[in-house]
Ligand binder design. Structure first.
Ligand code: ZN
Length: 388
């Protein structure tokens, strides 16, 4: 077995090394991915053959032969990312370098969301609109759809989305209705890919992104590889019971983490419609708001401790509307984590660089996985799908 075959995420790590607009030599890439020069060269050759990298020139050398330098080709390579919420759909266009140049939001009728066909039509309308607007000037390679639920990425089957009240809906029809290849994934998985791709997280880092929205999900990246699990349920920490026997959850169980830390749960505790006005409330909090916020941080910490016990990541990233409150969130959260547990020692907690559109951006990056077999974003699987 060749060295790079043993770790399918490596090619993604190589490509990611170039995403800051820099040109790199084979030696520099080998150092960044901590592999041998022949392994790095093989990945670079494969990416050149796939039309993702090109020779940029030669690096002058004080002694010996000048080294070839490579860069992304072309920098305008683009995709469309879409994220679904119970009451709206967010779509954007992004380049492989992470630049977002268009973003649209369509409200949808929450009463109709339980019909998958209604959702699919809304997605088709949005993607086709963005494609028609931009494909003449940007090379749109694909569309990624981020869904808040368990998704079989191979068959494009939405297995279960408790907060959309939708089960076993196939998004296969999208492939016939859209002009580009379509990728469908869980929204937290997509957000983790977006964060990993666009941030300065070391290429080999292990990271868990916690996506806090109407529900709570998590995306797990280990060594540049997204972990989905054979039944596509890896990272479903929102339905980890932290206080069993208490609050009922849309999944049919009780005491799930998302019943304590989702946007909906926090807004309910504060008696507000949504978490949009959270910053205002916390700027001059009364005793009730302070109590709710402290309880929220403690519940968040319990879940992160459990995640740490399972995965021991180097980095935990919080995404969603609470991530906009970095100053009020991260320091107290780290204090609680330091006080209560030995499990979280050495783990860095931060907020997402894209708190408002992490899933859509990541879905856009997932769409690039069609360009290079073995890129590591989308795992081809041959087993049976797991349908509930
Ligand atoms: Zn649940």
């Amino acid at each position: 077995m060749r060295e790079w075959d043993s770790f399918p995420g490596t090619r993604l790590r190589v490509l990611r090394s170039f995403l800051r607009g820099t040109s790199l030599t084979r030696q520099e890439v080998a150092r960044q991915i901590r592999q041998s020069l022949p392994a790095a060269a093989a990945h670079i050759d494969a990416l050149v053959a796939a039309g993702l990298l090109r020779l940029a020139g030669q690096r002058p050398s004080s002694g010996g032969r000048p080294a070839d330098e490579y860069e992304i080709d072309p920098p305008s390579l683009s995709s469309i990312g879409v994220e679904l919420h119970p009451d709206h759909i967010l779509g954007l266009c992004c380049s492989i370098n992470g630049e977002v140049w268009d973003s649209v939001r369509h409200d949808i009728d929450i009463a109709n969301v339980q019909s998958g066909d209604y959702l699919e039509s809304a997605i088709v309308e949005m993607v086709n609109g963005l494609y028609r607007t931009w494909n003449d000037t940007h090379s749109i390679q694909g569309a990624g759809i981020a869904v808040p639920g368990i998704v079989n990425c191979d068959s494009k089957l939405l297995v279960n989305a408790p907060n959309l009240f939708l089960k076993n809906y196939s998004f296969q029809g999208l492939s016939r209705k859209l002009p580009v290849p379509v990728f469908v994934d869980n929204e937290a998985n997509a957000a983790a890919v977006g964060e990993y791709w666009s941030s300065s997280v070391p290429p080999a880092a292990s990271m868990v992104l916690i996506s806090i929205r109407e529900g709570v999900g998590a995306g797990i990246m280990l060594g540049g590889q997204l972990v989905r699990g054979p039944g596509w349920r890896a990272g479903e920490f929102g339905h980890m019971a932290i206080r069993a026997g208490t609050r009922p959850c849309n999944c049919g169980r009780t005491g799930c983490w998302e019943q304590y830390v989702s946007d909906r749960a926090l807004a309910g505790e504060l008696g507000i419609r949504d978490t949009g006005m959270l910053n205002e409330l916390l700027a001059q909090p009364g005793p009730d708001v302070t109590r709710v916020w402290h309880a929220y941080i403690e519940s968040l910490a319990i879940g992160i401790e459990n995640i740490a016990a399972c995965i021991n990541p180097e980095l935990v990233v919080v995404s969603g509307s609470v991530a906009r409150l970095e100053d009020r969130l991260i320091e107290p959260l780290q204090e609680v984590l330091a006080e209560v547990s030995f499990l979280t020692q050495g783990i860095r907690v931060s907020v997402s660089r894209h708190p408002d559109n992490a899933s859509a951006l990541g879905a856009g990056f997932l769409a690039f996985s069609g360009l290079v077999p073995g890129l590591g974003l989308h795992t081809e699987k041959k087993g049976e799908s797991h349908v509930e």
